[in-house]
Design a protein around this ligand. Structure first.
Ligand code: ADP
Ligand code: MG
Length: 290
């Protein structure tokens, strides 16, 4: 298959922690979301895919090439934005991109300038090109990170939790850049925020404790719970039922309950969304004394 195919990937750290436990994944062109709580193994998976650490077991192929045997094939085609990006004091965005482009082998200045200009435009940083990167806001820094990762036009772009700490406008702008990149590349995005995946990713996997617990399209996954979810606001002071999840609401607590028929007269049908899928896949039923 073309794209990225991962089979039976297992990774155990020296302290005995098994962070990945037989992960299978097929990622084609487009934006693919990897959703999971903190500690699920997202960064481990991404670092392993970026060849920064070796798995105990399993295979990774890109467009049919076994990249554990031929790591250079992947390295030449990979852009990787780690969870933490370093700061570079005293250097403008244009300057820094140009230096990294040179390191990647763009020694012809005209070609290098053209690539840098086009990347700055792509991530909407043309107007801030002469500004020092160290003075960028969180959102600008993330978009700059994408520009860095896109040097050399990678076939596969891996971005690890890029939206943590961004305000809503910055997050939207960042999402638009990612969606644009995904129109002609394979983009794998990890996040612990359900809203990052909704309306953005064409497919997703949910990772929990090193295991893929759900996989599919957002629509398909939501369809699988259609007709089985019910909701109501339980007034403050009333006992709470066992629920898939619950959150504060004006006057009480909104509960979402899974049941083949209505759990009670005050419940109304609830249209499944990714948040429901997430809690269902994690199996963290909130059991409050009924
Ligand atoms: N270098 C390491 N050595 C030992 N344990 C690690 C290391 N890196 C991560 N872990 C552990 O592996 C698990 C998965 O971590 P990580 O891949 O960072 O998850 P996520 O990115 O989903 O938060 C966690 O239990 C974490 O504590
Ligand atoms: Mg992480």
């Amino acid at each position: 298959m073309s794209g990225l195919v991962v089979k039976g990937l297992t990774k155990t750290y020296k302290n005995g922690k098994r962070a990945l436990n037989g992960v299978d994944l097929e990622v084609g062109p487009g934006l693919y979301g990897l959703l999971g709580p903190n500690g699920a193994g997202k960064s481990t998976l991404m670092r392993t895919l970026a060849m920064l650490q070796t798995p105990d077991q399993g295979t990774i192929t890109l467009d049919g090439v076994d990249v554990l045997k031929e790591p250079d094939y992947l390295r030449k085609r990979l852009g990787y934005l780690p969870q933490q990006v370093g700061a570079y004091p005293g250097v403008t965005a244009r300057n820094l991109l140009s230096r990294f482009a040179w390191l990647k082998g763009r020694t012809n200045q005209t070609e290098r300038d053209a690539e840098v200009d086009s990347l700055l435009e792509r991530v909407n940083l043309e107007d801030a090109a002469e500004q020092e990167v160290a003075t960028y806001s969180g959102g600008m820094m993330r978009r700059f990170g994408i520009a860095l990762a896109l040097l050399g036009a990678p076939r596969l772009l891996i971005v690890d939790e890029p939206t943590a700490g961004l305000d809503p406008a910055e997050r939207n702008r960042f999402h638009r850049v990612l969606a644009d990149v995904a129109s002609d590349n394979i983009v794998l995005l990890s996040t612990h925020i359900v809203e990052d995946i909704e309306n953005l990713c064409s497919r997703l996997a949910i990772l929990a404790d090193g295991i893929i617990v759900a996989e599919g399209t957002p629509e398909g996954l939501c369809e699988s719970l259609h007709g089985s979810l019910w909701t109501r606001v339980v007034p403050r002071g009333e006992p709470l039922p066992t629920a898939l999840h619950m959150k504060a609401a004006p006057g009480g607590t909104r509960v979402v309950v899974e049941s083949s028929s209505s759990p009670g007269p005050d419940f109304v049908p609830h249209t499944p969304c990714l948040e429901d899928i997430y809690y269902r896949a994690l199996g963290v039923e909130e059991a409050k004394a009924a």
